[in-house]
Design a protein around this ligand. Structure first.
Ligand code: FPP
Length: 227
């Protein structure tokens, strides 16, 4: 038995290094990264416990990258959603997002909305892509909303008002690529998450490694502040 891995969240880091190590352009790493997204999502949809898989695909800081890389990531995302429609339908995966989509092109937003409405009734797995997402901003926006509504700010009201509320607390947070930081990702939902840092670069991360992390998670003692 042990702990239940209901919500798994991943900071997908290391695409650029994966490519550079092979003498390839950084964008090739993102391309391979998209393949890892597909295999991890498919694995999660067949896992008996995982209900939500949240992936950090584009942070509010990623706009600082060279325009060519940002443009490539946008195109890759659009292409991924188009090409993978069958994967979502076949494995009954609901597609959702967190983050401010207003800065993305109308074409990409349209593709995102199309995928959301096409998959909205699926319940086997919800895949949440964090796009132009920053957690401090998410918390500040929720606090502002409560103030505007003249409501009290408590852990409960804030927790219900943040954008990621529907997806619930994170059980397992994984960061690939060797760094050990949270980078403004799901800070509220990770309050009691078990953290796993792996040196594996994201394009090399595979279902076997996720499975082994889940096994370690099951053996960890989660006290949630108790004894
Ligand atoms: C971090 O690697 C990765 C990103 C900033 C983007 C994540 C994008 C993908 C995994 C591919 C596309 C996603 C989808 C959902 C199709 P990095 O570039 O920061 O790597 P580095 O630290 O080695 O430079």
């Amino acid at each position: 038995m042990g702990n239940i891995a209901r919500h798994v969240a991943i900071i997908m880091d290391g695409n650029g290094r994966w490519a550079q190590e092979r003498g390839l352009k950084r964008v090739k790493g993102h391309e391979r990264g998209a393949e890892a997204v597909r295999s991890i999502t498919t694995f999660a949809s067949n896992h008996p416990e995982i209900e939500v898989l949240t992936l950090y695909a584009f942070s509010t800081e990623n706009w600082k990258r060279p325009k060519m890389e940002v443009d490539f990531l946008m195109k890759l995302l659009n292409r991924y959603l188009k090409n993978e429609t069958q994967t979502y339908l076949k494995h009954k995966i609901r597609f959702e997002t967190v983050g401010d989509l207003s800065r993305f092109s109308p074409a990409l937003r349209e593709q995102i909305e199309k995928m959301k409405s096409l998959t909205k009734n699926f319940t086997r797995l919800t895949q949440v892509l964090a796009l132009n997402y920053g957690s401090q901003d998410e918390i500040a926006r929720a606090a502002r909303k409560l103030c505007d509504q003249k409501r009290e700010i408590t852990v409960e009201t804030l927790g219900e008002s943040i954008e990621s509320a529907p997806f619930g607390p994170v059980d397992i947070l994984i960061r690939t690529g060797g760094d050990q930081r949270l980078s403004n990702f799901l800070l509220w939902q990770c309050a009691y998450a078990e953290l796993f840092f792996t040196p594996t670069l994201w394009p090399d991360f595979n279902p076997d490694e996720l499975d082994s992390i889940i096994s370690q998670f099951k053996r960890r003692v989660r006290r949630f502040g108790g004894i």
